[in-house]
Design a protein around this ligand. Sequence first.
Ligand SMILES: Cc1cc2nc3c(=O)[nH]c(=O)nc-3n(C[C@H](O)[C@H](O)[C@H](O)COP(=O)(O)OP(=O)(O)OC[C@H]3O[C@@H](n4cnc5c(N)ncnc54)[C@H](O)[C@@H]3O)c2cc1C
Length: 490
Amino acid sequence: MLRQQMPEADSIYLDGFSPQVNPDLWNAYTIKAIARCCHRGTRLATWTIARAVRDDLAQCGFDVQKVPGVHPKRDNLQAVYNPRWEPRPVRGLLPDVSVAAPGSCLIIGAGLAGSACAASLARRGWQVTVLDAVSPAAGASGLPAGVFAPHVSPDDSMLSRLSRAGVRATMQVLQGMERNADWSDCGVLEHRVDATPGVPASWNDTAAHPGADWSRPATPAERERNGVPADAVACWHLRAGWVKPPALVDHQLRHANIRVKGQARVARLTRESGQWLALDAQGTPVARADMVIITAGYDSHALLQERWHLQALRGQISWGLHADVNTQAPWPEQPVNGHGNLVPQVPLEGGAGWVLGSTFERDVTALPPSANDRIAALGSNWDKLRDLVPPLATALHADFRIAEQADSVSTAQRSTVRSWSAVRCASHDRLPIVGPVDHRAAPGLWVCTAMGSRGLTLSALCGELLAARAHGEPLPLEARLAHALSSERL
Ligand SMILES: Cc1cc2nc3c(=O)[nH]c(=O)nc-3n(C[C@H](O)[C@H](O)[C@H](O)COP(=O)(O)OP(=O)(O)OC[C@H]3O[C@@H](n4cnc5c(N)ncnc54)[C@H](O)[C@@H]3O)c2cc1C
């Protein structure tokens, strides 16, 4: 873990069980790994005075001394890292970009990314102002409901490992919200429509694999109750579920240190007397702060002066209320994802609702979509449903056909199958971009965007990663995974 995280420590406490009984916890290898995280002067303390621990610490460069113990111990150990050799600086995979102390921060865009950064910084004492061109969750994060779930791949790829760290962070935030009203960790069935197994084969052989608590092949009962054919390849994600993103945004913005300003479109940023100034289209200052974070979804591209390649991906979902469509429809119990996703049971507009998504329209930013594009999206979403949950697609076929016949936006909104659309933002490698824009040339300018189609899985983690880096804290995930999300990878 220490090698993966590479934190730099100012002080260390070695806790744990008795070195005599558990020598592995205290072996020279561990102490060497700890010393690699120290700078000259790092202080260390521990309750044990075991000879082997003292010797290993001394050999790794610590000046060790016994000090009077805390009852019931007669002695404790204290040490200072002060090797006879010049210690190598702790070099993580990412440069040190920490700031001296929390100050004021402007966040541009109040979606999942902006609200996650705001919450993470506000918790650490920053005074945060979130500016949004419209209002919170006005962009892609206005989605009525979406799925969060781990990603699986035969080789447990970078994205798979990132997704688990992301789900863990999302679920921590969700604990503060109303379960079953705004979110649920009911689990998600993944229908592998291409028939590839998904879950690495090695996970089936051992109980101790890293994904044991996360994903496994689905049982026949899980397939059956969710309308997935008995012979289909499917996996069951235990730590997964649905969320209403606007509720998550609202929850993250509720903090005494966060101020939200709507109708505040930022046209450009400039630096003046050590502070960042956000200007509107007329060049009038909207707000100023020590630090600024661009979290404006695809509009980040313009605010970043097209520094990196970002792609717009318009998405349309189809959604409605159970009571409005074929009442005999066999609704699955849990969300089903795979090629697209279905949230079959979610409270919406005072009734039971469903959300089915979604299209991926590359380089399209026009909103609302034209009548033709809306109709095409209904067809493509229905096709996805037919692949995911065939019996439900058959039952809803007539409802989708009627919705396609609505010839204007207003009749379409009264239809039993409604449409909702927004634009996602994706990077070239489909991973978020988190970190300083250019630490030297533009100190204090940060970015957190390109959540792609995984904002619910990755945004809370990205907010924590950004704040951890700004504070020089241990990273909330492996250094290699943090690097894969970082702006420095580009
Ligand atoms: C159809 C569809 C289905 C999806 N389904 C899922 C799903 O099931 N699971 C999942 O995890 N993700 C899903 N996503 C993706 C998810 O919605 C996004 O990843 C996430 O919402 C992105 O959040 P964001 O904060 O980066 O961007 P946004 O939510 O787009 O927020 C950007 C904000 O910035 C504001 N803004 C823009 N320009 C400016 C400016 N110049 N000045 C001030 N403010 C500005 C906007 O008003 C907006 O509020 C889906 C997306 C779509 C479109």
